[in-house]
Design a protein around this ligand. Structure first.
Ligand SMILES: NC(=O)c1ccc[n+]([C@@H]2O[C@H](COP(=O)([O-])OP(=O)(O)OC[C@H]3O[C@@H](n4cnc5c(N)ncnc54)[C@H](OP(=O)(O)O)[C@@H]3O)[C@@H](O)[C@H]2O)c1
Length: 323
């Protein structure tokens, strides 16, 4: 089968289309034929080892010191079940599914084996394969952070980087939880975030979000522009700052913030769960959550997709389609 493989860290050109062995499902696994997958900001970070401040060495130890331990990127996909192991009873051949592998990656492949009780769920019937492929990365990240923040209906939530993969999911999920949402984005994305349900939009190229005089119960920062030192004055009493993108110093400072103020900083990797996929699928079926698609690239042009995502201004998700 075809796979996109990389053997060394570096620019998008390190990615190569290769033939690798097609996997065979174990007794408890399903074999999925991929119809669509995505290139996320995380894929680009792992490929290039361009990590937030303080994570360079830790990332190398985790991902492979001199070369990548996992040579295939991609954390999410959608496709059809092609075959099942003998103990599988949750899925059958022909089922349309979507799946998330998180930090294990390995989704930029024609065929993928996954345990039936892992992060695999039936594709919502009202979504295309492209949309379903983009459900998990941004969706589970936004959901995990909002859950840790114990978001309440009626709270005032600001989402910085509202037009990105995590931001577009955060805006929709915060609306689902009944929040009043302020989206912060650039001029080109104002209409997009409004269409996702944002109650207020701040164009960061024209207005400084921090100088508007408004305060928030929750600030979600996906762009790394609102560390606690800069945003504490914008947080209400018991306000929560969700640092989706943060450096090691921000994370090390978390206990100090809790000890010295009524405010809370939540940072680090998203604590997602397999059942989050079912939650997102139900919301999608109810029309309350729809992954935003920016561009589509064929599998063979994944290098171009990485170049685009590397620039840091994608709108929602970038899809890779397989014939
Ligand atoms: N903690 C975790 O577990 C976790 C999980 C997933 C992702 N992440 C990280 O979270 C970050 C965001 O991921 P993503 O998938 O949403 O990335 P993305 O799709 O590339 O989106 C980044 C967004 O940042 C916005 N942006 C750039 N500069 C900005 C500025 N100065 N002020 C406000 N917004 C700005 C861009 O919007 P404009 O085009 O409008 O500028 C864009 O929408 C990445 O660094 C990723 O590695 C962390």
């Amino acid at each position: 089968m075809k796979a996109i493989v990389y053997q060394r860290y570096g620019p998008p050109d390190v990615l190569q289309l290769k033939e690798v062995a097609k996997p065979t499902p174990r007794d408890n696994e399903v074999l999925i034929r991929t119809h669509a997958t995505t290139v996320t900001a995380g894929d680009c970070r792992v490929r290039s080892l361009r990590m937030p401040v303080g994570f360079g060495l830790i990332s190398r130890l985790f991902l492979g010191v001199s070369k990548p331990r996992q040579p295939i990127l991609g954390s999410e996909l959608a496709g059809k079940v092609e075959s099942v192991g003998k103990d599988v009873n949750k899925f059958k051949v022909g089922d349309e599914v979507f799946a998330f592998t998180g930090a294990r990656l390995g989704c930029h492949v024609e065929y993928k084996c996954l345990p039936e009780h892992g992060a695999v769920a039936m594709k919502p019937t009202n979504l295309t394969f492209d949309e379903a492929a983009a459900m998990s990365s941004g969706g589970t990240t936004a959901l995990a952070f909002l859950r840790r923040a114990k978001i309440q209906s009626g709270e005032k939530v600001a989402v910085i980087g509202a037009s990105g993969g995590v931001g577009t999911a955060a805006v929709q999920l915060a609306k689902h939880f009944g929040a009043d949402v302020t989206a912060v984005c650039s001029t080109a994305n104002v209409e997009l975030v409004r269409s996702l349900g944002a109650n207020h939009v701040i164009d960061y190229t024209k207005e400084d979000f921090k100088k508007g005089g408004e305060t928030y119960d929750i600030i979600v920062d996906t762009a790394g522009t609102a560390p606690f030192s800069r945003s504490k004055a914008l947080l209400r009493e018991r306000g929560r700052l969700l640092l989706v993108l943060s450096g090691l110093p921000d994370i090390l400072g978390v206990p100090w913030v809790s000890m010295t103020s009524s405010k809370i900083v939540i940072a680090g990797p998203a604590a997602w769960r397999a059942e989050d996929l079912h939650f997102l699928a139900k919301l999608a079926e109810a029309g309350e959550f729809k992954p935003v698609i920016d561009r589509r690239y064929p599998f063979e042009q994944i290098v171009e997709a990485h170049r685009y995502v590397d620039a840091g201004h994608k709108k929602g998700n970038v899809i890779i389609t397989l014939a």
